[in-house]
Design a protein around this ligand. Sequence first.
Ligand code: GLC
Length: 803
Amino acid sequence: MRYGTFDDEHREYVITNPKTPVKWINYIGTLEFGGIVDHTGGGIVCKGDPALNRITKYIPQNPASDFKGETLYLRLHNHPGYKVFSPFFVPTLDAYDKYECHVGLSYQRIVSEFYGIRTQVTIFVPLGAHVVVRDIQITNISPVPKMLDVIPVVEYSHFDALKQLTNADWVPQTMTVDAVSDRFGHVIHRQYAFMKKNTAINYFTSNYTVDSWETDRKLFLGDNEYGTWKDPQALHKVRLSNHQARRGDNISALLHCLGTLQPGETRRIVTQLGQAQNIDAALDSIMRFRNPSNVDQAFDALHSFWDGYLATLQAQTPDAAFNSMVNVHNPRQCHTTVNWSRDLSLYQLGFGGRGMGFRDSSQDIMGAMAHMPDVCLALLQKLLSVQKADGSAMHQFYASTMEANEGDSREKPGHRFYGDDHLWVVLAVCAYLKETGTFDLLDQEIPYYEKGVPLDQRPRGTVLDHLERALAFTKAQRGRHGLPLLGFADWNDTVNLPGKAESLFVANQYALALREIIALMEHLGRNDRCAQYQADYEEMREAINIHAWDGDWYVRYFEEDGTPLGSSTNEHGKIYVNSQSWAVLSGVAPEERAHKAMDSVQRLLNTRFGIKLSWPGFHSFDPSKGGITTYPPGAKENGGVFLHTNPWCMIAETMLGRGDQAFQYYQQINPATRNDAIDQYECEPYSYPQNILGNEHPQFGLARNSWLSGTASWTYQAATQYILGVRPTYKGLLIDPCIPRAWKDYTVRRQFRGCQYVVTVHNPKGVCKGVRTVVVDGAALEGNVVPVFQDGATHTVEVTLEA
Ligand code: GLC
């Protein structure tokens, strides 16, 4: 079954059937102010922090048909009585003549037709503003006049999102709504928790005369709340009660009476849900967005932002589903992960458990730095500031307070580090330097994290010092085979082995980080630093190849006593994908082993819905292995298709020159290829999920945890830098495609260090890889690194492949 279509021209996905298998969402605004809106208009809004400053109450676990956070009711005067319905379908569930949810770039536009009324609601956060604007346009498309009322409703959360769910006395005793009428005669609802009265209020208002209003959920639903959101009893009365809630479940409902709409007539109402210190502080913003032409302007500005963001890279290839993802939805998801890390989605609920993840954000910025280098740099600096002086890193932090913690490793004394965290930032800094060429970043001083010590008293080091300490930490923390210690966990959070277990993921990640630092030092002419790092690299390469080769693939872990995990000798978890792909990424695997290891991935781990993380799954809980054994076989890390790992295989395959295999891996997880048959998959076809159930599970193919996954960043890197093969280096733009043989030609427009490169690749002989000629602005280039031009101009790059 299909629930919608891609509209690439407008850079939207259009949902045409609201009964999607699970809620499909979109993001509006940023972490500074914004949140998510589902395809039936419900939303979570917060400012700065979804745990500590949440505005709307949205409980995702409640059924899809329920009101969540915000909705809109219309009521037709039927004489006698009213026909009450929601143009968002939820929560009234009326039969519709038309339903479209346009999932746009930071806006959601719902267009529906019910009972001869066409409603279009555009929901977005104007750039830089602290308000959600809902631009409501209502047209009578029937042949007869209609008398109509419009009632937008918001339900508030306590600012402390978790408290809202854990306390049903203190929380409601503190929550209050006042109604104030401003000097223009418009009603503004002012909602606050008593203790925050002088520091922050939420407000809800519109640009239309309000007949009456309600602020208490109990009164709105009626009958001691045996009235329902599907049919609130208050909407069958002529007027709402104008009661100012002094406790309870706070809402804002504003009743606007439009009077009679003639056939063809349209009315426009704009609502605003915002937060400010007080009404006076909000007044300029309120006045601005009451004016529809300012709303139009703000919407155009948002559009221009995305024009600029996406113009960084646009590709035209023979494959439509590839084009949709690479040009719109994948870079857009990268923007989302940079903003929200793993904090707020419909699966990661933002109640304060996690904050920003160190490894997650380090990887996220690698996907978006070409598009928004400044935002990525700011995040990179934050990450470096939660690295510790010993070189390891705090596992997560809260962006609003910059308070950091050690994640789950707190629970395991003696293991207060994750083997991989600090090494990610080496990769991220090098990627940033290749993209931007701003090498002075390396000399910038950034403090190391020390809990409880004021910022200005913390030890500091240059960014280069941070990177070198990260490498030194891993070098010092090694086990019996000379391989890096796992610590609490590495990339795979759920394998938590006791004692001094070793990780082959960290071993390869360390090797890759060493390669990166060697290349950087060489570029900067600091050859004195290279010899030691080169020796460290060789040592690690040798240790991996001597100890971890299992015959057909690489082992994934060694327990403290030397027992391997991820070996043919194991009953469960015989093979793990990451120790194969990363042995290729790091350059550690000799050619023959690289091919063999990736062939084993293809043979033992690949499925039609993607590559599984490991096989066979564990069948029962085993605390000595850790969280992985809490899932049934085929779920999540226990042999599920954990998507984040798939692009690493794509990259590895391109390194081996196997473009058809790389592209197959790309397409089999491309959500856009699921669009025509999605009932088994269930999640959005326009965003990568974190996981899909593997073939050891009876629900093989079911996706979950869409949006906030490292899959976004890495798939984008795999597609643009390794398949399309346009890759930033210190010296310029490397052109090194590895494509399916069937592609005859394609074009990539890439902005790089202030210039525009129009790269056209011709593949007359139908090969996967191998650049024969590169012609830049009409002149043949030696090699395949297009130099950095300083002229801000457009340069054409004609590339011909031949094996
Ligand atoms: C989740 C975490 C990520 C981890 C992965 C595998 O996606 O956010 O940090 O690497 O799971 O365990």
